[in-house]
Ligand binder design. Structure first.
Ligand code: MLT
Length: 241
């Protein structure tokens, strides 16, 4: 039996709780959804940064041709090539390119997975694919929800629930923590109305105010990608089945 823990924000998990495990970062709105979109569009490697300055320095090191993407307050900084909308991450822009990526909450969650044995990146789009990979790895699992400004978020909890759901449907026996059980129940109850749930979330409301309503429908798409992004400590690369 695998133990599956869900934590509501990166700050609510200690490094020791990640050691030797598979950690999965989830930021449905929108960072991990956008990373999956980037790999679907042919991005070769993504470097998650903690701060804008670190992201700019990484781009300088990686050189011309490296794209800089991400957001502060939902919008791309002036000198960035791309924001944090998955709809911007098209083949025409991303194919074969390196990407440096920084967001307020999502990239911090991804970096925390670096303390585990295996770090994976999940959204609703690739929840099942990531769950299957986590099952194959046969280690206890910690799902790190990015949350919003260090607080619980509905959309990431639903994303965690989608992973639990896929594992259970595969017949995987799981010992769930209480938040994992709550996430699983929330997902089961809302699986056929995910866009509506994302619209009701606090960050969903913020994105609608900023003019990104179409991103909510995109980020609500379930199991439409087989891409499994793996964080290797410095960069994320896609592992295709
Ligand atoms: C984040 O990492 O905080 C989010 O992805 C923000 C956003 O939706 O732009």
């Amino acid at each position: 039996m695998l133990k599956l823990t869900v934590v509501s924000t990166p700050k609510t998990v200690q490094d020791q709780e990640l050691w030797g495990k598979t950690a999965i970062a989830v930021d449905v709105l929108r960072a991990t959804s956008t990373i999956v979109a980037a790999f679907e569009a042919g991005c070769s490697e993504c470097y998650p940064a903690n701060t804008l300055e670190e992201a700019r320095a990484m781009r300088r090191t990686l050189g011309e041709g490296t794209l800089l993407g991400g957001e502060r307050h939902g919008l791309p900084p002036d000198d960035f090539d791309l924001g944090n909308s998955p709809r911007e991450y098209t083949k025409a822009r991303l194919n074969g390119r390196l990407l440096v990526f920084v967001t307020t909450n999502g990239t911090l969650a991804i970096r925390r997975t670096g303390r585990s044995r295996h770090g994976l990146v999940a959204s609703l789009a690739n929840a099942r694919a990531v769950a299957l990979e986590a099952m194959r790895l046969r280690r206890d699992i910690v799902v790190i929800c990015a949350g919003t400004q260090d607080r619980f978020s509905l959309e990431d909890t639903i994303g965690a629930g989608a992973i639990v759901d896929s594992l259970l449907k595969q017949g995987q026996k799981l010992a769930l923590t209480d938040l994992a059980t709550a996430a699983s129940d929330l997902f089961t109850q809302h699986a056929n109305k995910l866009p509506e749930l994302l619209r009701r979330s606090v960050h969903g409301q913020t994105l609608i105010r900023l003019g990104f309503e179409a991103d909510l429908a995109r980020c609500a798409q379930l199991n439409v990608s087989e891409v499994v992004p793996v964080y290797y400590g410095t960069s994320i690369r896609p592992q295709l089945p």
